[in-house]
Write a protein that binds this ligand. Structure first.
Ligand code: C2E
Ligand code: MG
Ligand code: MG
Ligand code: MG
Length: 282
């Protein structure tokens, strides 16, 4: 019993430390974005980039979003962080375009608090204006678990659509009542969760689920993206089943912007010009 209390107290302290640390991180600009490419499985070209936030902690090193986003959500700090992420990602994308790189779509993850923030559409609009990025080069990723009030979500997403910003449904398959959401939400793209991709070449059920999602998304005339693509086998499976785009460690981990530019050409060599590698095509 006492042990339990001890653990609870220390967890509370950890949380308290995290919360204060996160406040400092925002003030001292210790947050940074890493970028991970999304590739077209047809052309092999980079068509998009996802911005993923990291916390560069002075003592603990890099802290992943999985550890601090939930605390940022609870404390409301996510609104400030979310706005910083949006602005930084849009600025980066504009800078790449100004430097002459082929334009790509920048994806930014929205948090649940942001989606329900009354001024969210205004904020996005203002950031696009301030950074000069054309709306079609911004995509917002939302997850099914964020859809608590479907009418509200439909309304907000419509406003984003009118602005010209694209919407992607992230981690598809892990939420609940997915098909209802698919039917009603005005989205452009759907990302199959990495948990289905992981074993899609060895597990018959996962293979069936992935194939079925791809076919359904095409019928709905949306774009389908696979997350967590880690092997050539994954890639070939997805190509054979006509998945549009892929993202994963096979191509590149999330990396800082300067490295991303250095790696650009190498990343685009990974998918062979003619599609399926010879040794795997039969
Ligand atoms: P997500 O949006 O689904 O992002 C994909 C996650 O999968 C990233 O983890 C990425 O590093 C990881 N990943 C990519 N390819 C592979 C792969 O081939 N194998 C495996 N095992 N993992 C792969 P990360 O960067 O740790 O982010 C975790 C989650 O944190 C994100 O999931 C997203 O929900 C959230 N997140 C990240 N950045 C932000 C942000 O700026 N705002 C908000 N609200 N949430 C964010
Ligand atoms: Mg995402
Ligand atoms: Mg995801
Ligand atoms: Mg995820």
């Amino acid at each position: 019993m006492e042990e339990n209390i001890g653990i609870t107290t220390s967890k509370k302290n950890d949380r308290f430390d995290m919360e204060n640390g996160l406040r400092n991180a925002i003030e001292q600009e210790n947050l940074l974005l890493h970028y991970q490419p999304k590739l077209s499985l047809i052309s092999g070209k980079i068509v998009g980039v996802e911005a993923l936030v990291r916390w560069d902690h002075p003592e603990k090193g890099t802290i992943s979003p999985g550890e601090f986003i939930p605390i940022a959500e609870e404390t409301g700090l996510i609104l400030e962080i979310g706005e910083w992420v949006l602005r930084t990602a849009c600025l980066q994308n504009k800078a790449w375009q100004d430097a002459g790189y082929t334009p790509v779509v920048m994806s930014v993850n929205l948090s649940v608090r942001q989606l329900y923030q009354p001024q969210i559409v205004e904020i996005v609009k203002r950031i696009l204006n301030e950074t000069g990025l054309a709306p079609k080069f911004l995509e917002l990723e939302i997850t099914e678990s964020m859809v608590m009030d479907i009418e509200h979500c439909i309304q907000i997403l419509r406003e984003f659509n009118r602005l010209g910003v694209q919407i992607s449904l992230d981690d598809f398959g892990t939420g609940y009542s997915s098909l209802q959401h698919l039917k009603e939400l005005p989205i452009n793209k759907l990302k199959i969760d990495q948990s289905f991709i992981r074993n899609c070449t060895v597990d018959k059920n996962d293979a069936t689920i992935v194939k079925t999602i791809i076919a359904m998304v095409h019928q709905l005339e949306l774009t389908v993206v696979a997350e967590g693509v880690e092997s050539i086998e994954h890639m070939v499976f997805l190509q054979r089943n006509l998945c549009n785009e892929a993202q994963g460690y096979l191509f590149c981990k999330p990396i800082p912007p300067d490295e991303f530019i250095q790696e650009y050409k190498n990343i685009e060599q990974i998918i062979p010009q003619k599609g399926i590698p010879k040794e795997l095509s039969n």
